[in-house]
Design a protein around this ligand. Structure first.
Ligand code: NAD
Length: 296
């Protein structure tokens, strides 16, 4: 059992903190939302008065925040947690943020005498609730060894991706690929419709042929072949267009900074931007097939 501070109790952080409690850890929580704090309190968490309070007298800290600016503010702001924690505290930032911020904050943590990993997740709210997340972890060997047993209370796969920032690098590359494969999968179903090929037949063949990919086999964008996919419930999320767009923007920023050629990543971002501009950012990202159908 470890005494853990947890900051950011939203759609993902809330269920992750509950899983730590279920595994017998003592958890001290903080969120700007009183409602989120109350929910965790009813599961046995201790309420901290501030982020600084959440990290005092604990061995490890997890943050699950919206974006890089929030992470910088919580770690390095006036009341930042790096000043408030005891030397030797382990920090695990599970938010999805840009690689440069992840590296900077990790360097600041290390110079303050802390261990730190970036540990973004794959898997949405359902995986956070069932403790089935995949963690992509960037950080030194000692920090990873300390983080692994704690992350195991919230996830099924804990993968050491490399040095600080490598977890965020893996996340941004994976999700750019996901955004691209989803659009390609939708295009294949639309072409099949025009050619008079049954959707189920395309699924049966492509899922056993070279077109096989996760967007097709686990998250099929047309209703029928994969009963659990959002297409079967009118594209209610799941993983929203807005969240996919956030990750594609991070990928394009990283591509610009590093000079990597990502023409399909850029195109995928433009396609999702058009969908969001049409007021459909709250739909599941597989709902992009609706826009492509309308463009036909
Ligand atoms: P969310 O908006 O539901 O939760 C974020 C929480 O952080 C909120 O409760 C907010 O009040 C709190 N917060 C913001 N600033 C704070 C501060 N200064 N101090 C304390 N609390 C603060 O977001 P989410 O869906 O839980 O996502 C969290 C992160 O996980 C994001 O980086 C997101 O990209 C990533 N992610 C989300 C999903 C998903 O399916 N929702 C999947 C994978 C990764």
């Amino acid at each position: 059992m470890t005494k853990i501070g947890f900051i950011g109790l939203g759609n993902m952080g809330g269920p992750m903190a509950r899983n730590l409690l279920k595994e017998g850890h003592e958890v001290k929580v903080f969120d700007l939302s009183g409602e989120a704090m109350q929910k965790l309190g009813s599961h046995g968490a201790h309420a901290a008065k501030s982020a600084a309070d959440a990290v005092s007298d604990v061995k490890a800290v997890i943050t699950m925040l919206p974006a890089g600016a929030h992470v910088r503010a919580v770690y390095q702001g006036a009341d930042g947690v790096l000043n408030a924690a005891s030397a030797g505290t382990l920090f695990m930032d599970c938010s999805t943020i840009d690689v440069a911020t992840a590296r900077d904050v990790c360097a600041a943590a290390e110079s303050a005498g802390m261990d730190m990993v970036d540990a973004p997740v794959s898997g949405g709210v359902a995986a956070a609730e069932s403790g089935a997340l995949t963690f992509m972890v960037g950080g030194g060997a000692q920090a990873f060894a300390r983080a692994q047993p704690i992350l195991e209370a919230m996830g099924q796969k804990i993968i050491h991706a490399g040095p600080p920032g490598a977890g965020q690098a893996a996340k941004v590359c994976n999700n750019m690929l996901l955004g691209i494969t989803m659009i390609g999968t939708c295009e294949a179903f639309l072409l099949a419709d025009r050619l008079g090929l049954e959707r189920q037949k395309l699924f049966d063949i492509a899922s056993n042929a070279s077109g096989q990919n996760w967007s097709l086999t686990n998250y099929c964008p047309v209703p029928g072949p994969v009963p659990s996919s959002p297409a079967n419930r009118d594209y209610q999320p799941g993983f929203t267009v807005a969240m996919m767009l956030k990750d594609l923007k991070l990928a394009q920023d990283a591509a610009r900074e590093t000079g990597a050629a990502t023409p399909l990543g850029a195109k995928a971002m433009a396609v999702y931007e058009a969908f969001e501009a049409a007021g459909r950012g709250a739909l599941d990202f597989s709902g992009i097939i609706k826009m492509l159908e309308e463009d036909d």
